[in-house]
Design a protein around this ligand. Sequence first.
Ligand code: NAD
Length: 257
Amino acid sequence: MRLQDKVALITGAASGIGRESALLFAAEGAGVVVADLQDDAGQATIKEIEGKGGRACYVHADVSSAVDCEAMVAFAEKRFGKLDVMFNNAGISHARDDDAVVTEEEVWDLTMRINLKGVFLGCKFAIPALRRAGGGSIINTASFVATLGAATPQLAYTASKGGVLAMTRELAVIHARENIRINALSPGPLRTELLMKYLDTEEKRRRRLVHIPLGRFGEAKEIARAALYLASDEASFTTGTNFLVDGGITAAYVTPE
Ligand code: NAD
């Protein structure tokens, strides 16, 4: 098994990418801590993992709160004895996030608090735990939008993900000699709740699909497989990278008919 004897903490693991990663990491032998705000859905993830013979437990944590982030890391170490993998995955995409003129300060601040400060806090409290474990892997979820501009703006979201990329690079360099690998994982457009609530008509979905060479939306499971690679020792020489798993969207100038 690819994560035998490892312990992983995954934020935003009640839904989407985080949930699929929790299921996959547990199936690959890891003890998994599921952190989220949605307690019922988080507990459902635990039940599913346990039903398949895996090891997991749930902790309520708001990633924008330093107190919660410190407590979730302490919980992981207490429950499983150590922490090897920190997956800072929780994120939001606000319905009123728009261009610079329209986006309200409140929407900007909330997005930055969760998407950017949340990743900072996850790193802040996980790094000492990873040191205690003798090293480890941090995965920070960014997005393809940190690399490409779009005429359908989500300015706060895009800026927050750009921040995640820059922060990830610098942290990777700072902590490389401590055997702590830190990578960004940048999904393309996925068929999860986060995106589909906006692409709610066939026409809107079709307009987006035109830009994706593979001609379809990605699945949360496909991102979980990339996260598994970054979490595992197979990625032992991979740090500071932006791992794009995006159906080719950032490679495309013109897409196939
Ligand atoms: P999702 O909405 O299915 O899951 C996100 C989870 O994060 C939810 O369970 C939610 O409760 C949790 N969460 C939100 N705010 C939180 C907070 N303050 N503290 C703790 N948990 C919180 O979304 P997803 O598609 O699985 O997205 C996961 C990550 O992937 C996000 O960072 C998102 O920005 C990124 N991403 C998604 C897409 C996409 O197309 N879906 C594309 C690129 C990047």
